[in-house]
Each structure stands twice: as C-alpha cells, then as structure tokens.
Write a protein of this length. Structure first.
Lengths: 252, 93
C-alpha cells in the first residue's frame, strides 16, 4: 500500500495510462543495482530514486573530484574527496527518504562481482569495458536483465539485454575506443535517462523495451538512430560453447 | 556497388565531412572495402579505425540497412544502394 505521502509524491506519474497505484507498488517492491555513480549513474540514480524504486544498490569505488562536476550532477563542491557511493546515497536520501539506498564502496572484480550483483537487475553505468564484461557475465549466468549505456563526447548508445532472448554485451562489443574519454555532461544525462526509462518500464511491465536494438544518439547532428543487433553464435559469453561461462565458480 | 555511408559524429569530424550532406557515396563491394575507400579519401581517419599494422580495430562497428554486422559479415557483398553506418564503439560512463 502507498502511504498518503507517497500518493502525493507520485501523483503525476500515477496519472500515466497503464501506471496507476499497482505500477507504483511494483516500483516500491523492486530492487535494482546501479554499477557506477558517475555521469550515467548520476542521471540514472536521480530518476530511479525520484520515481520511487524501493531499493537501490549503488556500487562505486571512486571519490568525487572537481573534474567530475561537469557531468556527475549528483555531486557538489562539498562532496569533493568523498566516496561517490556514500555521497550519492546522501543526496538521494534527501530527494526521496521513502526508499532504501545501499552504498557499496567496492571495486568490481572477477572475484566479487557475483556477490555484489546478487539477484538484482543490473544497470550498467560503468566507464570501462572490462567491468562491463564482468557485469554481463553475471547477467548471462543468472539470466538477469542488463540495462546498458555508454558515452563518448556528444555520442551515446544504449540497449537492454535480456539474456537468452537478446544478444549480450560481448555479442555487441569486440572492443572500444581506448584512452581518456571526452564527455560533456548532457550526453550521459540523455543516455542515463534512456537507461532509467528502460528500468522503470521493465519493473512496472509497460511498453516495449530496447531489446535487440542499439539506440545511437548523436548530439552534434541531434539524431537518434537505432540498429538491430543479433546474437553472435561464436560469443564467448552467451554462445553455445560459452568458454567464459565459469559462472558461479567465481562466487566467493 | 554504390553504398551510402553515414559516419558517427566522431568519424565525421576526422573525415572532414562536418556539414551536409550527411552521407557519403562510396563505390565498394562490402563494408570493409567501403572503409578502406573512405580512409584513402580522408587519411586522418586512419588511426581511428586501423592499428599500426593496418588491421581493423575491434572498436569499429558496421551497420548495414539498420542491422549490426558480426565480424564474419564485414566482407559480405552489399547490394546497390545499401546504407552503411560506421560507428566507433565507446565505453564512457
């Protein structure tokens, strides 16, 4: 049941056709993992918290730096030097005290990733491919949805992965641009909001998900395009031979 | 085979095609060859798509008529008038 305060807080979204109190209660009971509290994570976390997702687990091992503030809108100058996960939790608790936020200051590794993810739907807001691959491995092994987004400069991309039904992240990416990534804050804001939209739709059970499709955003020409993506039969993570499927052996 | 190529924003910058038209017409039989033609035309693109030995970088993605190609499809013959989109994969967050 929604409290009077919750009914008031969520009044406008309760008006959306197909959402209703039932949808809001589904969000309230839901748990999600947001891996990375940087540029993408800032947009994702603010909107999942504001929408009333009941429990959010945040994982990030970094501390806030001045050079983060052009895009990581969760933080202010008062947060410089603080752990991002903890600072994010503090900010989100002020935004919505009715939800539970868990802040884990952990570097995601092959050893701990299964424990960190547990059974949660995964929001991939990382800033590097190796860690994204680790999250993908857990998603494939445990058949958890993975909401992927990535940015570079004015460009962004997003897709929603439902293991067994859709291609996985390894089907999609064989490599990425190396080096320090240029980025203006509006790009992760756009893509993070796409990811948060997907999470909300998935949790409530509304609409059509971005599955089997890669959304490509080009801020310079202001075009959104999309492409169909297919499973790679030779995929090391989700293909028939699955050489990387060490699965639960990694659990410590 | 005439192919209409659209480049991602990053590649557009290095291709010196920063303004309209947003597609470039290329005559080539497949996606890999289209890229080779483009790199010959716009040499500053080279370092973004090939390594020092001239091997295609794994970040280079091809999409034909709205479908992403798997690696073994890069030399699949393209039909006349096909639309090719080239994007460099990125992982920033």
């Amino acid at each position: 049941m929604l409290s009077g305060q919750e009914s008031s807080r969520y009044e406008r979204q309760l008006l959306i056709a197909g959402w209703g109190k039932e949808g809001q209660e589904r969000l309230k009971k839901a748990e999600v993992l947001v891996a990375g509290a940087g540029g993408l994570g800032s947009a994702i976390l603010i909107h999942l918290a504001a929408a009333g997702v009941g429990k959010i687990r945040i994982i990030d091992s970094d501390r806030v730096e001045l050079s983060n503030l052009n895009r990581q809108t969760l933080y202010s100058i008062n947060d410089i030097g603080k752990e991002k996960a903890a600072a994010a939790k503090g900010r989100l608790a002020l935004l919505n005290p009715d939800i539970e936020i868990e802040a884990l200051v952990e570097l995601i590794t092959e050893k701990n990733v299964f424990d960190l993810v547990a059974h949660y739907p995964i929001v991939d807001a990382m800033d590097n491919l190796p860690t994204r691959y680790l999250l993908n491995q857990v998603a494939v092994s445990r058949q958890l949805p993975l909401f992927h987004g990535a940015v570079y400069g004015f460009e962004g991309s997003a897709t929603t992965i439902m293991p067994t039904q859709t291609p996985c992240l390894r089907c999609l990416y064989q490599g990425v641009l190396p080096g320090k990534i240029p980025v203006v804050g509006v790009t992760p804001a756009v893509i993070g909001c796409v990811q948060a939209t997907e999470v909300i739709k998935y949790l409530i059970g509304m609409g059509e998900l971005l599955t089997g499709r890669l959304l490509v955003y080009d801020g310079l020409s202001m075009r959104f395009s999309e492409a169909r993506v297919k499973k790679d039969p030779n995929c090391e993570a989700c293909g028939p031979s699955r050489p990387l499927d060490v699965g639960e052996k990694n659990e410590s | 085979m005439k192919v209409r190529v659209r480049l991602s924003s990053l590649l557009r910058q290095f291709s010196e095609v920063t303004k309209e038209p947003d597609t470039i017409e290329v005559s080539a039989p497949d996606a890999l060859e289209c890229l080779r033609v483009l790199v010959n035309r716009f040499p500053s693109m080279r370092q973004w798509v090939y390594d020092k030995e001239g091997k295609l970088l794994p970040s280079t993605m091809f999409f034909v008529n709205g479908e992403k190609l798997l690696a073994d499809e890069f030399t699949r013959p393209l039909k006349d008038g096909a639309n090719l989109f080239i994007l460099l994969a990125f992982a920033g967050g």
